[in-house]
Design a binder for this molecule. Structure first.
Ligand code: SF4
Ligand code: SF4
Length: 213
C-alpha cells in the first residue's frame, strides 16, 4: 500500500460477464478505495501522511478480528481458484495446513505471502479501511486500540455506499429501505477471516492444483 497520487482505478476482470456478483464486489471495492483516497487527501492537507506501504505487514500478522462478508468470500474463493499464481497458491495452502496442525485459526492472515497480501486486488473492505498515519505499526501493535487517531478509514458515506452496492448479491432489491438493509447486512453476515474455516477452499485448491496455473 502506498499513498495514492490520483483517484483509484476500478479493478476489472473479463469474468465479470460470467459471474454477476463480481462487478457488484468490484464496485464496492472501488467505492471503498475512493473513500480511502478522499480521507487520505484530507489528512495530507492536515500534514499527516500515510504510513502504510508494500512490505509493511505487521497488521496482517497481528489482527485477530477481520470481518468478511459472503460476497467477499465468493471473491476470495474465485480469485484463489482461478487467478492466483501457483507459487502463492502453494504458500497459502501451506499457511492453512500449518494453522490446522497448530490447531489455531489465529494470525498471521493465511493470505500473507512473502510479507505482502497475495489477494490484494480482492482483499476485504476491512483491510482496505485499515490505513495508519504517521508511524508504521510496531510488531503486535493494533493502532485501532493504541492510537485510534492515527487510523484513517473512509467516511461512513463511502462505507455505506460500498455495502449498498453489494445488496443485490443478497437478493435485496432497490425497493427496500437501503439504510436498514445495509445495517442488517453488516450486523448479521460478517464472519472473521482469521477464524474462518477454510477447509472447503483447501479442497477446491487441491482439486484444481493439477489443472490451474
Ligand atoms: S496498517 Fe500498519 S502494518 Fe499495516 S501496512 Fe499500515 S502501517 Fe504497515
Ligand atoms: S487479506 Fe491481505 S490485507 Fe487482509 S489481513 Fe490478509 S494479507 Fe493482510
Amino acid at each position: 500500500m502506498k499513498a495514492p497520487s490520483g483517484p483509484p482505478a476500478r479493478a476489472s476482470f473479463a469474468e465479470e460477464k460470467k459471474f454477476l456478483w463480481l462487478p457488484l464486489l468490484l464496485n464496492a471495492y472501488w467505492i471503498t478505495d475512493k473513500g480511502v483516497h478522499s480521507r487520505l487527501k484530507k489528512e495530507k492537507k492536515r500534514g499527516r501522511k500515510l504510513a502504510c506501504k508494500k512490505g509493511c505487514s505487521n497488521c496482517c500478522r497481528a489482527h485477530t478480528d477481520i470481518p468478511v462478508y459472503p460476497i467477499e468470500l465468493a471473491g476470495i474463493y474465485w480469485y484463489m481458484a482461478e487467478k492466483i499464481d501457483a507459487l502463492a497458491r502453494r504458500q497459502i495452502l501451506e499457511n492453512l495446513a500449518t494453522r490446522k496442525e497448530k490447531g489455531s485459526g489465529g494470525p498471521p492472515c493465511p493470505f500473507l505471502v512473502d510479507g505482502a497480501c497475495a489477494i490484494h486486488v480482492i482483499r476485504p473492505m476491512a483491510c482496505r479501511h485499515f490505513n495508519v498515519l504517521e508511524t508504521p505499526c510496531a510488531p503486535g501493535e493494533d493502532p485501532f486500540f493504541a492510537r485510534r487517531e492515527d487510523v484513517a478509514p473512509p467516511s461512513g458515506e463511502y462505507t455505506h455506499n460500498a455495502f449498498a452496492a453489494t445488496l443485490p448479491f443478497y437478493g435485496i432489491g432497490p425497493d427496500t429501505d437501503e439504510i436498514l438493509a445495509v445495517g442488517r447486512l453488516r450486523n448479521t453476515q460478517a464472519v472473521n477471516l482469521i477464524e474462518y474455516n477454510w477447509t472447503r477452499l483447501v479442497e477446491i485448491l487441491n482439486q484444481n492444483g493439477s489443472t490451474s496455473k
